[in-house]
Design a protein around this ligand. Structure first.
Ligand code: HEM
Length: 158
């Protein structure tokens, strides 16, 4: 695997991300802007799952903000990959980066569990306080994605 990361770092993309005076900062700004939209959508969805905005029907509310979160997540993956490509062989050895990737997988598993299991227990036009499983999913989501952002910020310090 190590040679794959070295090949990425030494590729035309890796060299461009290191050599250009604006590509890396641009990818970093994209990553921060993506974070704002991603975290904003996640926080609003999880607030609803935890019982806020209880006058609004849960399923259509989540479906609407899920689309924003997915678009923002795509921005995070593209901009993150660009940042990663500049120093791939070193960053992949960074324990904070590795933990961040594990947390992202955990966050996605939590989304899958909600979409495939928990959501089925909720009636279509359900307003009011969500069932316990949905509240647990919301609390887990808020915790995991906050840790992803914290880990992202700490990458540069390790
Ligand atoms: C929802 C997903 C993600 C979130 C919330 C997130 C969040 C962050 C945050 C807050 C930073 C600090 C930015 C800064 O201080 O300038 C960061 C840095 C970073 N992220 Fe992500 N990230 C995500 C996904 C990814 C992915 C998928 C990758 C790689 C494939 C990635 C690679 C990086 C790298 C390499 C840095 C370090 C940049 C630097 O310090 O210059 N991120 N991330």
């Amino acid at each position: 695997m190590g040679e794959w990361f070295l090949a990425l770092e030494q590729s035309g993309l890796g060299e461009a991300m290191r050599g250009s005076s604006f590509l890396y900062p641009l990818a970093n700004v994209m990553h921060i802007v993506g974070l704002c939209f991603f975290f904003g959508a996640i926080a609003i969805m999880d607030a609803r799952l935890l019982g806020a905005f209880s006058g609004l029907a849960l399923k259509p509310f989540i479906a609407c903000w899920r689309r924003v979160a997915m678009a923002a997540f795509a921005i995070q993956v593209v901009s993150g990959f660009l940042l990663f490509s500049a120093e791939a062989s070193a960053i992949v050895e960074n324990p904070v980066f590795r933990n961040k990737m594990i947390l992202i997988v955990l966050g996605l598993a939590n989304v899958a569990a909600f979409e495939l299991v928990t959501k089925r227990e909720i009636a279509g036009a359900d307003t009011g306080r969500p069932p316990l499983a949905a509240r647990v999913s919301g609390a887990a989501s808020l915790t995991i994605w906050t840790l992803v952002a914290v880990a992202g910020r700490l990458i540069a310090y390790f």
